[in-house]
Every structure is written in C-alpha cells, then in structure tokens.
Design a protein around this ligand. Structure first.
Ligand code: GLU
Length: 454
C-alpha cells in the first residue's frame, strides 16, 4: 500500500473511531487510489487526501415540531457539506431512525465522488434526520419538514447547496421543504431543492431517474462483455423509487425483474414484473405499507419467501442490490459467487460490506460494478432540474431521458478508460470499482489543486 494513503487512513481511523460506516467508505475509496497517488507525489505536499476526507462543513441542529397530540417532539438534523470544489453542494436528505453523523458522513463522502463522476458542476453533500416518517400523519410530516427547513434554509440556496431526497424523503417531503424555504427567503428560488414535483418546478422523470440510469449503466456493462440486455432476468433488493425504476426500464428494454426483496422477504415471479398492472400495483402496495411486499405474491399468484434475501438464486443473469447499505455481507457474497451469475451491479449506496466486495471482485467469472457510478443518474437528473430552474423552463421527459442516457454512457466509458490507463484488471475484467473511485477523485483533485489551498 502507498505510504501516504496508509498514513491518511491511520489518521482517519484514529480521528473517527466512533464512525464505522464513514470509516468503511474511506477505506474502500482510499485503498483503490494507489495508482493515481503514486503518479502524483505533489498531492502529499499539499495534504490533498487529508483535506478530502475532512468535510468542509458539518451542520448539526435541533428540529422541534408539534405532533398531532400537541406534544413537542425533538429530533436531530444534519447537513454535511463535504466538498464544494466542483460546484454547489449537492446530495440527498435521509429521514430514518438509523441516521447519525457516521451515516451522513459516509454518504457525503461517497456523494462527492459520485457527483464528480457525472461531469456536471456539483459538489458533494448529504443530510438528514433521525426522524421516522413511518406511521406519521400527513400534517406531522409537513410540520416536521417545515421545522427542518427553519434551520437548514440559512445554509442552502441555488448557488450554495441544493438538497434532494433519499431514504424516507420523497417528492412530498421535498415539496413541503421547498414551500417553507420559499416563505422564509421570499423568493421563488427553485434551485435550492431538487426532486420537487413538476407542479413546483421539479423535473420530469426525476423519481425514476436513479433506476433508469442504473439500467443504462448495465446496458453498457453487458455490451462490453458481449452480452445484450434483451431476455435477461434480474434479481433486485428494494422496490422503492430506485427498484421500481429498474423494473420499468428493464421491461422497456426487453429484460425483466423476476425476483425482488423487501423488508419482509422476497418475491419470485417467474414471468417477471412484466406489465403496467404489476408496476402500478407495486406503487399502490408501497404507498399503503412500505414494509411488506408479500401482498404482491397473493395478488399475482407467485411465490413469497418470508424473512429471506434473494441473493444466491441461480435462475437470473444479474443481481442488483438496490435497498440500503451493507445488504450483502460475506455470507451472501459466498452464495452470490457460488450461484454462477455473471453480473453484480451495486445500486444502493454501499450495499456491500468491504470484505464481501473484495471477495466478489476476486471472482473471475463476475463483473462487479460500483454503486457510486451506477446510481449517479439520480443526482444527474437533480442537476438537470437545477439547470431547468435556472433557465425557467421545463424539458420533456424524452429530453431528460436522452440526457440521462448520455451521462450514464459517459460515466461507464470514462471508467473503462481510467481502468485501461492504470491497467486496473482482475483476470480479463476491468476493475470498475477502483476505476470509478479514481475517476471521481481525479476531477475533485484537479479542481482543488487549481483553486489553491484552503
Ligand atoms: N440521494 C440521491 C443520491 O444518493 C440523490 C441526490 C440528489 O439528487 O441530489 O444520489
């Protein structure tokens, strides 16, 4: 291991010992930067890596809101503005009881590399709260979102930081936050939040964008390995906006999702999610109860396996973990390797533990793609939303989809180019994971070097 990387890793471990998720992502990213750090000894002289692992700004705040029983509830809010070298900070807001500083820092660090890779002018950030939206009434959600923005509004803006959605924070929540932001600043500054509904300055196709983008990336990966998306079967975890987008785009391109997993177990539909009726039913099912996918099996007469994940099933061509972090650990990775399935395409942020990812990358038959690159379509369309807002116009869904396709193709091709330049190969396959890290890193590094030390 390069000495400079090792030194920064050790310092980061010592300084952030209580932040396991954050350390996990820093270890994963930094350990793959070896060839680029070897090639640029000048980075050490200006402490570039030390600056990159430290967020530019961390905002932690109190959120006080009134529940329906007139009790005052207190939550903690976060916004970590990680790196603004490439443009206004950009990244989602997560509302989930698991949210803490470690989670938000891990997501913000990843976001910086992801946003850089898109080639669009955006820096990286992430935010959220330990608020649990499950079981809350519409009015409670609204009051919470307003309270959240009552503090956050002073830290964001169309040229400063543009938050979007993430787990537990969708169009409804973004709309409430935007409404409160507009009242507070007294201006239609649309570009201060993205993922708004179309009636409120949002971009067409934003909810589907991450899933669609993931499938566009997959199409390129298949092409490179002499395969075609037509006729392929896919197993995914998660059936939120991202999973749903994968189902829909896969169907449009002649493939189908035949397995999908939720918090309660997994569905096996041998015909695949192959109709508008099924796609619509999933939306309804999710809106009614986001914790259970079992009703799908009842409705369409297929198999439901309670309490299990679908990793390891053999009758698919592609796995796409699209639920949440650390979904695939060593136990599941071994099953995935043994199944003989050829494509492991990460979609959720950090869905694989580091040991499992290393193990999967070593499997010669397996193409492994990293979520930082694969799920970058969501934030890309968010940036396109900012661009439409700045121009005061709307593009059609077809225009947005075309641009998204181009961005995902570029991310894939640029990753392959980096892999070739640094000879990042595992057997006869490119190391797309390391390549994506280097691709994002190089863009941020170039901007930071150009802007001087600060
Ligand atoms: N939360 C999404 C992500 O992880 C979207 C961020 C955004 O659109 O700004 O990339």
């Amino acid at each position: 291991m390069n000495k400079y990387i090792e030194k920064v890793l050790n310092e980061t471990r010592a300084k952030n010992a209580n932040e396991p998720e954050f350390l996990q992502t820093v270890e994963e990213v930094l350990s793959s930067l070896e060839p680029v750090i070897d090639a640029h000894p000048e980075y050490e002289q200006v402490s570039l890596l030390e600056r990159m692992v430290e967020p530019e700004r961390t905002i932690e705040f109190r959120v006080v809101w009134e529940d329906d029983n007139h009790n005052w509830q207190v939550n903690r809010g976060y916004r970590v503005q990680y790196n603004g070298a490439l443009g206004p900070y950009k990244g989602g807001i997560r509302f989930d009881p698991s949210v803490n500083l470690s989670i938000i820092k891990f997501l913000g660090f990843e976001q910086t590399f992801k946003d850089a890779m898109t080639g669009l002018p955006i820096g990286g950030a992430k935010g959220g709260s330990d608020f649990d939206p499950r079981g809350k009434s519409e009015m409670e959600v609204m009051r919470f979102c307003q309270a959240f923005i009552n503090e956050l509004y002073r830290h964001i803006g169309q040229d400063i930081d543009c938050p979007a959605g993430d787990l537990g924070c969708g169009g409804r929540e973004i709309n409430y936050m935007y409404g409160q932001y507009r009242r507070l600043v007294g201006a239609s500054e649309f570009g201060a939040l993205s993922g708004k509904s179309v009636t409120t300055g949002g971009s067409l196709m934003r909810p589907e964008a991450t899933g669609y983008g993931a499938v566009y990336y997959l199409v390129e990966a298949l092409k490179l390995h002499g395969d075609d998306i037509k006729g392929k079967k896919i197993a995914i975890s998660g059936y939120g906006n991202v999973g749903w987008g994968i189902m829909r785009k896969a169907l449009e391109l002649g493939a189908k999702v035949t397995y999908f997993a939720g918090p309660d177990g997994y569905i096996h539909d041998p015909d695949g999610v192959d109709s508008e009726e099924k796609l619509n039913y999933i939306l309804e099912m999710r809106a009614k109860d986001p914790m259970h996918c079992a009703p799908y099996a009842e409705k369409f007469g297929c198999e439901f396996v309670a309490g299990q994940k679908c990793w390891g099933v053999k009758d698919v061509d592609i796995y796409m973990p699209a639920a949440t972090q650390n979904d695939v650990n060593m136990e599941w990775a071994e099953k995935i390797a043994a199944s003989g399935v050829k494509y492991y395409i990460e979609v959720a942020n950090m869905p694989t533990t580091n040991d499992a990812l290393e193990f999967l990358k070593k499997q010669e038959h397996l193409v492994v793609a990293p979520s930082k690159a694969v799920n970058a379509g969501g934030v890309s369309v968010s940036e396109l939303e900012m661009a439409q807002n700045a121009e005061r116009l709307y593009w059609t869904a077809e225009e947005v989809d075309e641009k998204l396709k181009g961005i995902m193709k570029n991310i894939f091709n640029n990753s392959v180019e980096v892999a070739k330049r640094y000879n990042l190969k595992r057997g006869d396959k490119y190391d797309l994971v390391a390549a994506a890290n280097i691709l994002g890193f190089q863009k941020v590094a170039d901007a930071m070097m150009a802007q001087g030390i600060f």
